[in-house]
Write a protein that binds this ligand. Structure first.
Ligand SMILES: [Zn+2]
Length: 200
């Protein structure tokens, strides 16, 4: 039987390994790094996690992460309240913001339709999007989902759902790296996809 660490160090390795994007080797490396780090450095990490869990929440309107709800974007009068850009995750909001091509509002779904992972429309933040479309203020919904199978499925679902509402529904122009995540597209490419959006 292979030798395994036990006790606290293995629990820390397991905790890091359970995080997205960190494999077993990376988890082991971080765990041993934390072991040799100063108490102060370790405490900073603990405090940062504690603070995020205590302060950060999801905006009641758009579903983005924020410290006050509604979030600053939803209540910003300088933004264009007639356009809502629908994205999968909060990090996608940052990707769109970095393009500097967009001044409207956002709606974060909290994922994408993925039958393989048992994620259906009911698991996404769609009812609140429909609520937001009940006012006449919104003229366009931009579907900015990831350029992969799940993103495509979600785009198709939402365009069928929103089409009958009489609101212009657009999606990003093609040109983004297929099969990937919005966050991996550079600002210029994503900015172009946004500017060149077409009817969904
Ligand atoms: Zn918001």
């Amino acid at each position: 039987m292979a030798l395994a660490y036990d006790g606290a160090i293995q629990r820390l390795i397991d905790a890091f390994a359970s995080l997205p994007g960190i494999g077993p080797k990376g988890a082991q490396r971080i765990a041993f790094y934390m072991l040799s780090a100063s108490d102060e450095e370790a405490q900073q990490l603990i405090d940062a996690i504690t603070e995020v869990k205590q302060k950060v929440r999801f905006c009641d309107i758009c579903g983005n992460v924020c410290e006050t709800s509604p979030c600053p974007v939803c209540v910003d009068p300088r933004r264009d309240h007639s356009v809502i850009c629908v994205v999968e995750e909060p990090k996608d909001v940052m990707s769109i913001e970095r393009t500097r091509e967009y001044r409207g509002l956002y709606h974060v779904l909290g994922g994408a339709i993925n039958p393989m992972a048992n994620v259906g429309p009911a698991d996404l933040n769609i009812p609140k999007l429909l609520d937001r479309l009940k006012t006449d203020e919104v003229k366009e919904v931009i579907l900015a989902l990831d350029p992969n199978i799940e993103g495509e499925a979600t785009t198709t679902y939402l365009s069928r759902l929103l089409g009958p509402l009489g609101i212009k529904v657009t999606k990003l122009a093609s040109g983004l790296p297929v099969g990937s995540d919005l966050e991996y597209a550079d600002e210029i490419t994503l900015g172009r996809a946004l500017a060149g959006r077409r009817e969904a």
